[in-house]
Design a protein around this ligand. Structure first.
Ligand code: G1P
Ligand code: ZN
Length: 543
């Protein structure tokens, strides 16, 4: 077996976005495309000779081919060992768990998260560091810089490695260890939550439905919920992972997880419903005929954290991404712990968790997690909820309503305008930035704009500054409108408009969020000239 040096030319478009490099599969299938990016990672991370790497993905189309290439390149680059999930499978939180548990140098995760999969759909790749979390911006910038000047890569000439049986093989001088993708993660969950209490709850007739959306969490949910916790067979639906997610859009929200939503809003609905996304890090929580917004879910988990053995000792702090509602801030205040507001993307939570400043983190985009790993974690959130339900013995809806009565309700909604012409989307953002001065102090009905800015974040641990993280229109009563361009899309531009209104009066808490936010929505469309500039009367998705 020999190491081959292959001459290549840079691709100009390998800039990692919010969560790694995401492109359509045919882009990744171009000669040298994946190889260039992998070599750029290896050249930027400076792993010592003989280091251990974790490799796995969400099983989408091109996962297996990509893993073979990465293994051969890792062998050529001097890695001593690669841990790879059986079948090339590791959910994103499980990869983070394995990276940490075995003190490895880091890992390469293959996923395009909640984006569809298939020969013409999305694929993605990212590097996670030894803390188990996505590489910092300094590292991703270095990878991008390298990708622009790369002239060759190294790869081992070798046959493909079989990934379907547990055990060890070698590739040149490098060990390849195929590990059970579920076991280490399941053990971590059992150490955090009261499995006995959850088992008793499920035995008592409490019915659950978990929609794995034909994505990576199928085997994780089946093992943990059905096999270890005794949920009745069939509690996990769409549990077989498919390369194209069954043609669906593996994003757990009210639009895309429609099978589950129909069940949870139907006659004889189960008591608890949940779904997770393509790579298992997102979650949606439902009660019987009831939807829990992700922002509320974070606040609820924080307020009830003491129910779970892993969090009994208290929380160091909470962090939420800027567009996420301020519901968690109110809980942090009541608990007398700090609450941090970070830019969108899980990578900004890593430093805070490593420094012991926060325990729980969350994003409005159906992401919640804690310092048990350095990624958001879909099944973790589900187990946390089940633990709380087992202790409180109330319905999901009554727990949430009690929470609102105590803390007030942050009405919340996000409007996504997907696949816009890039110029039109940039035009909306530019107009808003130019209007900061004229908007400040303006009154629209009951709302007065107090300040506007482009969110800038200074990391309290390493002092790094991230600018232009979203336009904020802040109202005097605490309501907010945020505009942001997505950093994960692969086609055109996606403009996200986030709307939040706080309501202390419990008599108003029964309102539908869209009704409660009606006025803010009109303002949001008006001041951005969104309809005129994009030609879109309606958003593609409302969450
Ligand atoms: C989206 C979400 C963001 C999340 C990211 C990765 O990014 O909005 O909260 O961290 O996916 O799951 P965006 O497309 O908005 O850049
Ligand atoms: Zn995801």
């Amino acid at each position: 077996m020999s190491i081959r040096t292959v001459v290549t030319q840079p691709f100009p478009d390998q800039k990692p976005g919010t969560s790694g490099l995401r492109k359509k599969v045919p882009v990744f299938q171009q000669a040298h495309y994946l190889e260039n990016f992998v070599q750029s990672i290896f050249d930027s991370i400076a792993a010592p000779q003989g280091a251990t790497l974790v490799v796995g993905g969400d099983g989408r189309y091109y996962n297996r081919e990509a893993i073979q290439i990465i293994l051969k390149m890792a062998a050529a680059d001097g890695f001593g060992e690669v841990l790879v999930g059986r079948g090339g499978i590791l959910s994103t939180p499980a990869a983070s768990c394995v990276i940490r548990k075995f003190n490895t140098f880091g890992g390469i995760i293959l996923s395009a998260s909640h984006n569809p999969g298939g020969p013409k759909e999305d694929f993605g790749i990212k590097f996670n560091s030894s803390n188990g979390g996505p590489a910092t911006e300094t590292v991703t910038d270095a990878i991008f810089a390298k990708s622009k000047s790369i002239s060759s890569y190294r790869i081992l000439d070798a046959a493909d490695v079989s990934l379907d049986e547990l055990g060890e093989t070698t590739l040149g001088t490098m060990k390849v260890k195929v590990i059970d993708p579920v076991n280490d993660y399941a053990e971590l969950m059992a150490s955090l939550f009261d499995f006995d209490a959850i088992r008793a709850l499920l035995k008592s007739g409490f019915r659950i439905k978990f929609d794995a959306m034909h994505a990576v969490n199928g085997p994780y949910a089946t093992e943990i919920l059905e096999n270890r916790l005794g949920a009745t067979a069939g509690s996990v639906m769409n549990g077989i992972p498919l390369e194209d997610f069954g043609g669906g859009h593996p994003d757990p929200n009210l639009t895309y997880a429609h099978d589950l939503v129909e069940i949870m809003y139907g006659d004889d609905a189960p008591d608890f419903g949940a779904a997770s996304d393509g790579d298992g890090d997102r979650n949606m929580i439902l009660g019987k005929h009831f939807f829990v917004t992700p922002s509320d879910s974070l606040a609820l988990l924080a307020a009830n954290a003491a129910s779970a053995p892993g969090y009994k000792q208290g929380l160091a702090g909470i962090a939420r991404s800027m567009p996420t509602s301020a519901a968690a801030d109110r809980v942090a205040k009541a608990l007398n712990i700090p609450c941090y507001e970070t830019p969108t993307g899980w990578k900004f939570f890593g430093n805070l968790m490593d420094a012991g400043k926060v325990t729980l983190c969350g994003e409005e985009s159906f992401g919640t997690g804690s310092d048990h790993v350095r990624e958001k974690d879909g099944l973790w959130a589900v187990l946390f909820w089940l633990n709380i339900l087992a202790v409180r013995k109330q319905s999901v809806e009554s727990i949430v309503r009690e929470h609102w009565t105590k803390f007030g309700r942050n009405f919340y909604s996000r409007y996504d305008y997907e696949g816009l012409p890039t110029e039109a989307a940039n035009g909306v953002m530019q107009l808003l930035r130019e209007s900061f001065t004229s908007l400040t102090g303006t009154t629209f009905g009951k709302y007065t704009i107090q300040t506007c800015d482009d969110f800038s974040y200074t990391d309290s641990v390493d002092g790094s500054v991230s600018k232009n993280q979203g336009v904020r229109i802040l109202f005097s009563d605490g309501s907010r409108i945020i505009y942001r361009l997505s950093g994960t899309g692969t086609e055109g531009a996606t403009l996200r408009v986030y709307l939040e209104a706080y309501e202390a009066d419990a008599a108003q808490h029964h309102l539908d969020a869209q009704d409660a936010l009606k006025e803010l929505i009109v303002i949001a469309l008006d001041i951005s000239e969104l309809v005129k500039r994009t030609g879109r009367e309606r958003p593609t998705v409302i969450t």
